[in-house]
Design a binder for this molecule. Structure first.
Ligand SMILES: NC(=O)c1ccc[n+]([C@@H]2O[C@H](COP(=O)([O-])OP(=O)(O)OC[C@H]3O[C@@H](n4cnc5c(N)ncnc54)[C@H](O)[C@@H]3O)[C@@H](O)[C@H]2O)c1
Length: 267
């Protein structure tokens, strides 16, 4: 059902790889709520993912960009404004990848070149994106920028490995850039800390299914689905959340405030 919460707004959505991707659901919901958007992903995802299907479905142009490369981001921002016909109202950063996790390196035996690449893809790309957008003056006053994160930024989840530090960095960029973007352009910047979700990135983590079940039992409302996350993103892109900025917003069915749930003892 549409309430046209994003009617007349222009957005850029990073990270839709396949129908499991959180970004895929966000793109669908933004379209449903009246926004015009462009989709973007890394060149390799264009070959292996299904982003073209999504583009056709919601009538969105696809602009390829490696989020670690400034020229790609500049091109994405200027092309998106051209295609959509004006400044951008909202952006979703939905990017995460750990080379050490992918290569099976344990946390006490990390390769530091991999680690730097992981930080670049999963966190520094967010700063790069905002810096390019600010320099181009590409974001509409009152605009909203959101990145997706995970509670391993605050608490220890051993199998999340170096992605924990990536997410801490990402959340810190949201606060610090949020100050500058807010002061200079009245643009808000937030992170949404999402429940474990069955996606390509999520299921790359060791023991993900068991952990998914644990979090589901621990949370009074159960795990938040990708669809529910997409609804929350729509709210954050809409004018209804216009005074919220520099926050890390938990979207996790209550998990983050739990100590122990008796339901866990019965597992
Ligand atoms: N799945 C979960 O359990 C979960 C929980 C909390 C937060 N998140 C976060 O949600 C976001 C989206 O992940 P997802 O679970 O939908 O998985 P996903 O695998 O569908 O999405 C990750 C995306 O990052 C893209 N990407 C990787 N390298 C890139 C690069 N250099 N440039 C541009 N794009 C690049 C991939 O192509 C992919 O589309 C990530 O930030 C992830 O950490 C996921």
């Amino acid at each position: 059902m549409s309430n046209n919460l994003l009617k007349g707004k222009r957005g850029i959505i990073f990270g839709a790889l396949d129908e499991q991707s959180i970004a895929w659901k966000v793109a669908e919901k933004c379209h449903e709520q009246g926004a015009a958007i462009t989709l973007t992903n890394a060149p390799v995802a264009m070959r292996f993912g299904k982003i073209n299907e999504l583009g056709e479905k919601i009538n969105a142009e696809i602009i390829q960009a490696d989020a670690t490369i400034i020229e790609d981001l500049d091109n994405l921002l200027s092309k998106s404004q051209e295609i959509l016909g004006g400044k951008i109202d909202f952006i979703l950063h939905s990017i995460g990848m750990s080379l050490n996790v992918r290569k099976g390196r344990s946390y006490t035996d990390l390769n530091y070149e991999f680690m730097q690449k992981t930080f670049d893809i999963s966190a520094i790309s967010f700063h790069k994106l905002m810096q390019c957008a600010l320099k181009q003056d590409a974001i509409q006053e009152g605009g909203s920028i959101v990145a997706l994160t995970y509670i391993a930024a605050q608490r220890v989840f051993p199998d999340y490995s170096e992605m924990a530090e990536s997410k801490s960095l990402l959340e810190s960029f949201a606060r610090s850039f949020g100050y500058h973007f807010g002061t200079l352009k009245k643009v808000r910047v937030n992170t949404i800390s999402q429940s474990p979700t069955m996606t390509t990135a999520g299921s790359g983590i060791k023991g993900f299914q068991e952990f998914f079940d644990y979090a589901n039992k621990m949370s009074p409302l159960g795990n938040a689905s990708a669809e529910a996350c997409a609804d929350y993103c729509v709210l954050m892109f809409s004018d209804l959340s216009r005074m919220v900025t520099m926050q890390n917003l938990y979207h996790d069915g209550g998990f983050s405030n739990m100590g122990m749930n008796p339901a866990i003892l019965n597992m």
